[in-house]
Ligand binder design. Structure first.
Ligand SMILES: [Zn+2]
Length: 131
């Protein structure tokens, strides 16, 4: 069942809401995720509502520069990111583009990340980073 969750960074500068039925979380082994340790759940564009203007966030782009890692400029927490777009070769291999958001479920209020199974994503084996 879809539920509305509110999310924020640590200091509260960044606030957002999602509608989701979170039945798993993702951990990824790519170079940035393995350092960050975030637990990710993906939501469609229409299920994500940003309550803080995006331009008030800091953004980190790396690799192929099609993904955007958004984080709070005050407390440094990453509440969500915009995943990469697949390369032409990856599209041919059947990886479909995803235009939603990858949300760090640790930033959601009233959600226990240990209440759902963890799905391991091997982003390190892809050109794109998966979460
Ligand atoms: Zn903050």
């Amino acid at each position: 069942m879809m539920k509305t969750y509110t999310g924020s960074c640590h200091c509260g500068t960044v606030r957002f809401e999602i509608d989701a039925d979170i039945d798993h979380v993702r951990v990824c082994d790519c170079s940035i995720c393995s350092k960050r340790g975030a637990l990710i759940y993906r939501v469609a564009e229409g299920d994500f509502r940003l309550l803080t203007p995006l331009q008030e966030l800091s953004v980190y782009r790396w690799g192929l520069f099609t993904a955007a890692d958004y984080f709070c400029p005050v407390c440094g927490i990453l509440p969500f990111r915009k995943p990469s777009q697949p390369t032409a070769a990856e599209r041919e291999a059947g990886i479909r583009p995803f235009d939603g958001w990858a949300v760090n479920v640790r930033c959601l209020k009233d959600f226990d990340p240990f209440s759902v199974p963890v799905r391991q994503i091997h982003g390190s084996r892809l050109t794109i980073d998966s979460p």
